[in-house]
Design a protein around this ligand. Structure first.
Ligand code: F6R
Ligand code: MG
Ligand code: MG
Length: 378
């Protein structure tokens, strides 16, 4: 029996250089210091610190299970230290994602994004962690559906006996705070009916049907729903276990070869293509984007994080990036028009109520209403 290990990926935007571009190296250094000290004390087994765009990413392995207050507290301490650096250096939006002053035992609902998985290590445990900026958790819906339910993406669904029964998707309703488990392929159309509304129904976890093995976890925090105001997009993370009866690394990455449109980008209020990039391009400049994602490949051995392999650092993804550039160009030409700009209910902030108020007296009723004017409920 392998060791029971927990992998916690916790991220937050606590300030960055030149607007919402990228953290300062000193912020990453203080996070590294906090986690190195925790490793020395034996609180965690291993860790890795990086960033995507303006979000600091903490990866930690330990044996304390998911939702451990000790581990969440550690991440909180690291982000607090990074916020201190932000304030000292006058970085932009210092402490942005820390919605509360004091830590109260669990990070959920406090601002940072959290994806955690506890598992019994297989003899070899290949894992991919995904980290995105300028988008939201629903950005994972399309690729994860394709990985775990589309045989045109994942050959293993057809030819690997361990995967042939399919997978269970846990779909989370972020408005109601409840989730439902649905089975693929048999309930595939029900799954799609929900997750096509990616701002509301989010794939939270995926399990192998044959034995219930947990295979994927997504951070489902939506900051603005928590805070009740604009505080930035929710820049999600995900963990996917791979190989040996699970989708192969290449099958998981293949789902990102199509740069699908995701909500986020400038002011969290525009649709744009999700561009898979190597770590060195994990910073956002064109119209604060376009939305970006990196994939880090790991082997987890007795809790040790062996890696990372920078998985999108491959010329085979050049064409995806080129198409993403073309889509970015095409979408940008729409300026303030939908569907480049999000619909009013999904925008992070809007002047529409003020504009309507200002024009209140200048709207004149056309009477009788011309044919084709819809009657709407008041
Ligand atoms: C989107 C993002 C940026 C900012 C934009 C405006 O997630 O972080 O696009 O929304 O730079 O920033 P403020 O409102 O802080 O001037
Ligand atoms: Mg920011
Ligand atoms: Mg961000």
């Amino acid at each position: 029996m392998g060791q029971r290990t927990t992998l916690s990926v916790i991220k937050a935007d606590v300030g960055s250089i030149a607007g919402h571009h990228m953290p300062h190296p000193d912020q990453l250094a203080v996070c590294t210091k906090v986690l190195a000290e925790a490793k020395r004390r034996g609180v965690i087994i291993d860790f890795y610190v990086t960033h995507v765009g303006d979000d600091i990413q903490l990866l930690m392995t330990h044996t304390k299970g998911v939702d451990s207050s000790e581990i969440h507290g550690l991440a909180w301490e690291a982000f607090k230290e990074a916020t201190k650096v932000s304030k000292e250096l006058g970085l932009y939006a210092a402490g942005q994602d820390l919605l509360s002053e004091a830590f109260s035992g669990n990070l959920r609902g406090m601002g940072p994004g959290v994806a955690e998985v506890e598992f019994e290590e297989r003899p070899s445990e290949p894992i991919i962690t995904f980290h995105a900026d300028k988008t939201e958790p629903g950005a994972f819906n399309l690729p994860l559906f394709r990985v775990f339910a589309d045989p045109f993406n994942t050959a293993g669904l057809v030819i690997d006996p361990k995967m042939h029964e399919g997978f269970i998707f846990e779909v989370f309703d972020v408005y109601e705070g409840k989730s439902v488990k649905l089975s693929a392929p048999d309930e595939m159309y029900d799954i799609l009916a929900l997750i096509g509304t990616q701002g509301r129904y989010i794939i939270r976890r995926v399990f192998r049907k044959a034995d219930g093995l947990i295979t994927a976890v997504v951070s489902t925090e939506r900051l603005n729903l928590i805070a009740g105001r604009y505080v930035g997009k929710d820049d999600p993370v995900a963990i996917v276990r791979t190989q040996h009866g699970l989708p192969a690394v290449g099958e998981v990455l293949e789902a990102f070869a199509f740069p699908h449109l995701v909500a986020g980008w400038m002011r969290g209020s525009h649709f744009g293509p999700l561009m898979p990039v190597p770590q060195r391009y994990a910073k956002v400049t064109r119209f604060d984007g376009p939305p970006r994602i990196i994939a880090l490949g790991w082997q987890v051995k007795e809790g040790k994080l062996i890696g990372p392999a920078d998985l999108f650092d491959d010329v085979a993804f050049d064409e995806t990036r080129r198409i993403a550039q073309t889509i970015a160009e095409y979408m940008r030409r729409h300026g303030p028009f939908m569907p480049h700009r999000l619909g009013p209910e999904e925008m992070e902030y809007t002047t529409l109520p003020q504009v309507l108020k200002k024009l209140e007296d200048r709207f004149v009723k056309i009477s009788p209403p011309p044919v084709g004017v819809h009657k709407r409920e008041a």
